[in-house]
Design a protein around this ligand. Sequence first.
Ligand code: FPP
Length: 252
Amino acid sequence: MSNGALSPGDGAARQTPPRHVAIIMDGNGRWASARGLPRGEGHRRGVEALRRVVRAAHELGISYLTIFSFSSENWSRPASEIGDLFGLLRRFIRNDLATLHRDGVRVRVIGEREGLEPDIRDLLREAEDLTRGNSALTLVVAFNYGSRQEIARAAQRLAIEVAEGRRSSDTVTAETLSQYLDAPDIPDPDLIIRTSGEQRLSNFLMWQAAYSELVFVPIHWPDFDRAALEGAISEYARRERRFGGLAAKTGS
Ligand code: FPP
């Protein structure tokens, strides 16, 4: 689609699409190095890929798209690269927020806001506030996000409630802990895609990924497009999800 509100397309959407797709957008640096370009150019082209994929996700009937934009561990990168990534987030929100809103996209943010620069915190809040009433697609931006940190924050909140006598320790279950994660109302990802050929979760949605299907795509994130997303969804559609149970019986 070139303009106007997004509406689900056809093609791969006719198969039951995964309701929630999460993506580890990996390989920006290698994409740039292979072309003799600075790593920042790989990230810039990564944002272009992100725009394509947000649009494709809704056209394919996906309800939730989570993207790993900046991990808790990315602070170990050189200051110049961290500056590039924060600059891209600022530009993405300033330039794209109106379009996302017009297209009915709701923006949610997961990750630790403490310690982020005030203008970044304000932009993240503005994106969430402006788009709160939208329902075409929920774009979950994982920013300054790490799964262990998210689980530890949840455990800490429960521990405080127990220590203050507001909760009994036997109510601390997987179900209650999951209610203290950053976005408890969002369903677990059905499909997690990682680009660039690496095959690991790298501290991304480890709690929520318990029964996710993982698809590893051997192309770098700046080259990812609608066709690559459809390919990953087709791979997902061939998987049999059992959630710890038995295979569904076929035939009579
Ligand atoms: C991994 O590539 C990618 C990242 C660390 C950041 C992903 C960020 C973007 C796509 C752009 C910013 C997003 C927003 C929403 C503004 P890498 O640098 O680890 O690549 P490499 O493994 O090849 O070095």
